[in-house]
Design a protein around this ligand. Structure first.
Ligand code: IMP
Length: 189
């Protein structure tokens, strides 16, 4: 794995691939014979969702939900709503990472309030130790620590989503001062 002073690679592309495949297989087994609606939370979950749904062998629809997050409060608003009705559907919320759990709690309630037949969650990363509210994650990729992660959909100020593996930020101060600090090492510019 690659190491730089500011960030270090913590989950390889191969490990992501095999874990996402396992999650897809588990979903396929649990929902055999039923139709699914994947609700993908923008923007971070897009890469995970693209790989996950290709490993699901069940009749599926995929739709996207964009959120506005208001600071640390956990209050969220809808920036871009689904175009598919949720009523009477088996919904799987696809999240990149569950941190405090506040966002996911609101999302699950939103899907239930809209009349979903069932609601479950596929989250690639779980920062269990930072949880402030108990919320179920039926399909969980990796339990991770407190470090800030980037890559494979996860961003720092909008960049690094296109990295093929997961990196932990080691020097937050360096990223605050210059968000492109890792990019300069990785892409020579
Ligand atoms: P929660 O409501 O605190 O659980 O917020 C989860 C959201 O915080 C995720 O969907 C991400 O957008 C963001 N987030 C939390 N930790 C990280 C991280 O390590 N890297 C990138 N985004 C993160």
């Amino acid at each position: 794995m690659t190491d730089y002073p500011f960030a270090t690679e913590v989950i390889t592309e191969a490990d992501l691939k095999s874990r996402v495949r396992e999650l897809g297989e588990a979903i396929s087994k649990d929902y055999q014979g039923r139709a699914l609606l994947f609700v993908v939370i923008l923007n971070g979950a897009v890469l995970f969702a693209a790989d996950l749904v290709r490993n699901v062998d069940v009749l599926s629809e995929v739709d996207f939900l964009g959120l506005n997050r208001f600071g640390e409060s956990g209050r969220i608003g809808i920036a871009m709503d689904l175009s598919t009705p949720v009523f009477d559907r088996n919904v799987i919320i696809v999240e990149d990472i569950v941190d405090t759990g506040l966002t996911l709690t609101v999302l699950r309630r939103m899907m239930t309030d809209r009349g979903a037949a069932s609601v479950s969650t596929a989250a690639l990363f779980d920062k269990t130790r930072r949880r402030v509210t108990d919320v179920p994650i039926e399909y969980r990729g990796f339990e991770v620590g407190d470090e800030f992660l980037i890559g494979y959909g996860l961003d720092w100020q909008g960049i690094y989503r296109n990295l093929r593996s997961i990196w932990a930020v080691l020097d937050i101060e360096a990223f605050v001062q210059d968000p492109k600090v890792l990019s300069k090492q990785l892409h020579s510019g």
